[in-house]
Write a protein that binds this ligand. Structure first.
Ligand code: AP5
Ligand code: MG
Length: 188
């Protein structure tokens, strides 16, 4: 089983690229953000718990997203691999993922890290707010909090995966097609 992580700040292009990569490499795309938004839309208890945190630009608790990932792995044993988008996002989540995979003698194959400047995040999310209507894109203070949260809690994963030896950086400010090509070059 292959395990790829599509890593990067809000608006880096994880969701955009995940669709193409999952199709080309026959991987199951798992976006914890998409899963949480589905729970919110369905008004489940988990969705209600997550709503305020997400709309304020804060992370939901580690155990919530770890549980969602565990369920998805358990219910999809017949796929050839997974493409994780938006997970892990904290060191605790990364450690838990490594533990889960170690149980079946597996590991993360590659961390594909899309790099973009904070100004570009703002531009892209403000534009997307008008198209997709995500509440966490609508308010500049929420976008700023998502960026700050990324730097404080998620960016430390770069060193974690550099140390593991599976970290690859891809410039995220090329065209969508160029980013896709760069990702394919790295995946090989
Ligand atoms: P999540 O849904 O994961 O949001 P995010 O990480 O903030 O990332 P986005 O989905 O906003 O951006 P993206 O990188 O997918 O970019 P996209 O391709 O859409 O998480 C939302 C919330 O859920 C979190 O804040 C948190 O509360 C919670 N959550 C989720 N996972 C969690 C976890 N593991 N732990 C705890 N909490 C968690 O592109 C953005 C825009 O740019 C689009 O309009 C796109 O068309 C455009 N674009 C893309 N590529 C390009 C390009 N190359 N050039 C020009 N425009 C481009
Ligand atoms: Mg996304």
């Amino acid at each position: 089983m292959k395990y790829y992580i599509l890593f990067g700040p809000p608006g880096a292009g994880k969701g955009t690229q995940a669709k193409f990569i999952a199709e080309k490499y026959n991987l199951l795309h798992i976006s914890t953000g998409d899963l949480l938004r589905k729970e919110m839309a369905a008004g489940t208890p988990l969705g209600l718990q997550a709503k305020q945190l997400i709309e304020g630009g804060n992370l939901v608790p580690d155990e919530v997203v770890v549980g969602m990932i565990q369920n998805t792995f358990k219910n999809n044993k017949d796929v050839s691999g997974f493409l994780l988008d938006g997970f892990p996002r904290t060191i605790a989540q990364a450690e838990k993922l490594d533990e889960m995979l170690a149980e079946s003698s597996e590991k993360v194959d590659k961390v594909l890290s899309l790099v973009i400047k904070d100004e570009t995040i703002f531009e892209r999310l403000a534009k997307r707010a008008l198209i997709e209507g995500r509440k966490d894109d609508a308010d500049p203070a929420t976008i700023q909090n998502r960026i700050d949260t990324y730097h404080a809690k998620t960016e430390p994963l770069i060193d974690y995966y550099k140390e593991a030896g599976n970290y690859c950086e891809i410039p995220g400010e090329q065209t969508i097609e160029e980013v896709f090509q760069s990702l394919c070059d790295v995946i090989g």
